[in-house]
Design a protein. Sequence first.
Length: 226
Amino acid sequence: MKPKAILLGSIGVVAETSDIQRRAYNTAFKEAGLDWVWEVPVYKDLLLQNGGRDRLSRLGQKANIGLSEDAVVAIHARKTELACDEIEKLGVPLREGVDDLLVRAKKSALFLAFVTTTYRRNIDAILRGSQPQIGLADFNLVLCTEDVTKTKPDPEVYELVLKRLGLSANECLAIEDSETSLAAAKSAGIPTLATPGAFTAEQDFSSADWVYPSVAAFIDSGEIQF
């Protein structure tokens, strides 16, 4: 395909941060006096549904702890603070091919958009901690959870980016790394490449138009033209 816009659908497309997030949750739990530890298999299962606050509320109900909304917000905020601090201070390498994709897209005058329903704080941390460095100037548009009323798998954020860019769905290529986020792009009718991450590789990507282990592998395949 030869798209007019490339839509990066999550921070996980850009860099592997799931284990950083998992460890940050565990620290936040301990600080809040909760005897919870999310091991890797548990966290992989939790990633089948977007929204950290929703996960906390759901697990609190399941454990009959009855976390208040204020407690959920506080724990999630502390997790975000811890994870973003680590990303910014220690840095995170871009996933293979992401830097090349941005360079090629800009040379071809393609629109580039970050189309997530994570919090803006997480996006800022990735941009500040990315190695090699990428920044807001690399994107024509950045959307996050603060810009929509529904999170993925609802297609609202993708419908918004199409409206903002003035493009039809088939003029774009979305790149996603999780099953729920893939569903959002496909519900909006956008051709989608899945590049599963370390924590999402076992999810169902059968609805994707292409599935490759990395953006680099997709570029090498010749499936995309610039």
